[in-house]
Write a protein that binds this ligand. Structure first.
Ligand code: CA
Length: 274
């Protein structure tokens, strides 16, 4: 009994460690997702999570570490990640859809490292949470409307959402803000939405937005974009709806005209991710 209490105290500590601290949300970052399974790595980078930390990462948002079967189900609908992560019961592996020389030893399937005896080894995490809040994810459709979690109700405190957009190679992404109301402060330190002209929240920073003024349209340079929404521990607001559509540069007029009243931020340069 005492051991159980100690264990739950330890787990609680681990979970709390992934919450807010000094006004900064220490959490892992959102990566790919399919069939309720998603891949997470520590904010400090790849292969930094012990088994207990990986468990805490998943449980922080109401999920748990994915089982081998759940990872395989996700793989079957296209979940392909070239990074080993913890699964349930201390197993480590990663899902490969497309065989490649640099990843998965040229095979497809779950690359299985087996059940690890040393739970202090550091890997990424594969979480399972089919009922997760509509907060983040990977989108490949030609258009979609993102809503802040809970919209049209106010968003909650201590949220962190990553929306990654990846459209066809050669296409660009146009973001149009339909509704926008995020707790206002001078430097957008409390709650904010950040836009990145890349597939992560490190490169291609476009802007940080808060308040209730509708930002201008934003058009990507390439076929990927990332939106990151982060809220602090107090004061919420109405939230937002943002529509993205794809632009095909080959089609005359696309990328030039805009249906929005504001000016369009056409990002310079061009790159793509297949
Ligand atoms: Ca707030």
């Amino acid at each position: 009994m005492i051991a159980l209490l100690l264990l739950s105290a330890l787990l609680w500590d681990e979970t709390a460690a992934w919450g807010f601290k000094d006004g900064v949300l220490h959490n892992s970052i959102w990566l790919e997702r399919a069939a309720g399974v998603y891949h997470r790595e520590a904010r400090s980078g790849k292969y930094r999570l012990t088994y207990a930390e990986a468990k805490a990462v998943c449980e922080y948002e109401g999920g748990h570490l994915a089982t081998y079967q759940q990872l395989e189900a996700a793989r079957k609908i296209g979940f392909h990640v070239c990074a080993a992560g913890w699964m349930a019961k201390g197993r480590v592996g990663y899902p490969i859809v497309k065989a490649g020389a640099n990843c998965g030893f040229g095979k497809t399937g779950i690359v299985d490292y087996g059940i690890r005896l040393n739970r202090s080894e550091r890997w990424d995490a594969y979480c399972y949470n089919p009922n997760g809040k509509e907060c983040g994810g990977v989108f490949t459709d030609s258009k979609h409307v993102f809503k802040s979690p809970g919209y049209p109700n106010e968003y909650e405190n201590e949220q962190i959402c990553y929306w990654h957009i990846r459209v066809k190679y050669g296409q660009r992404i146009q973001l149009q803000f339909l509704e926008f109301d995020v707790e206002d402060d001078t430097a957008c330190m409390a709650d904010f939405l950040e836009i990145y002209d890349s597939y992560d929240d490190i490169n291609g920073f476009v802007g940080r937005f808060c308040g209730d003024e509708l930002p201008d349209d934003i058009i990507s340079t390439g076929n990927v974009m990332t939106l990151k929404f982060l809220t602090d521990a107090s004061v919420t607001a109405g939230g937002f709806q943002i529509r993205y559509t794809t632009l095909d540069p080959a089609r005359p007029g696309d990328g030039k005209n805009t249906t929005s009243p504001g000016k369009t931020n056409f990002l310079a340069g061009k790159f793509g991710i297949m």
